[in-house]
Design a protein around this ligand. Sequence first.
Ligand SMILES: [Fe+2]
Ligand SMILES: [Fe+2]
Length: 301
Amino acid sequence: MPHTTDNTPNTLSAMAVDVLTTADAREKCARARAHAARWFAARRAGTPLAIGHAAPPDFPARPARPELLAPRDMPRRRPGTAAGRRGRIQAIAHIELNAVDLHLDIIARFSHIPMPAGFHDDWMRAADEEAKHFNLLADLLEEMGSHYGALPAHAGMWRAAEETHDDLMARLAVVPMVLEARGLDVTPAMIELFRKSGPAQAVPALETIYAEEVGHVAYGAKWFHFLCGRHEADPKETFHALVRRHFHGALKPPFNEEKRAEAGLPPDFYWPLVGPVAETPARRTREGQVEPEARVGPGAE
Ligand SMILES: [Fe+2]
Ligand SMILES: [Fe+2]
């Protein structure tokens, strides 16, 4: 559906919902980028757009393809094969598309909570960057003779959003500070894998993603601490309580302590959340890994 100026949303929340209700992946990303550009242009001009209120959908609109499967039903891919590499790039693209929706959902869903404009700047910038990440990987898939949607993808990526739909601090704790931080842990090894196996174009794409994901974790830590200050809550204790309540998995070392520190996540936030945790077998894949929908960032596989 073409995006005409006639129905351009006029508040930030309406722009977020416009993206969330757009199914086509490229169009979703194009709208996220266009709305971010408009938000920042208005901020620079000293005429910021109103935040407004618009109800986000329970589940964001997504394209008919990829087919969404439970993790246990995903086809096994042999590592080291061309098909395996295409599968891995599509899995990361799928996570990036989910991340576009997550960052815009936080804006619309919690628009009733007054926040400084910097909060909206940060999540619009993050959504813009996730849209860029999706495009980089979708382009790469096409260069590899495939496309986003050619292979099945994991269902249930929205679970973290559902779990934290009524608690902004829990959303910040689980999505950027746990799931996106996990991406920082696993991305360096992924970059090395593609450096060895190719395609060579995957390396700069993943390096861009890696550099920008540090910022997303930092936005999470910044606004989590801001809200702890507002509510006179102890940040570390509050983080542990919210993650234990809303995130159903263990945090898994090794951690990228350097990048986590750069993002404002000290070790005493995440080390105490390393197992043992009460986790049902259903939440584990056959490989014994936490279900990929419990992650955001390029570390799904
Ligand atoms: Fe990303
Ligand atoms: Fe991100």
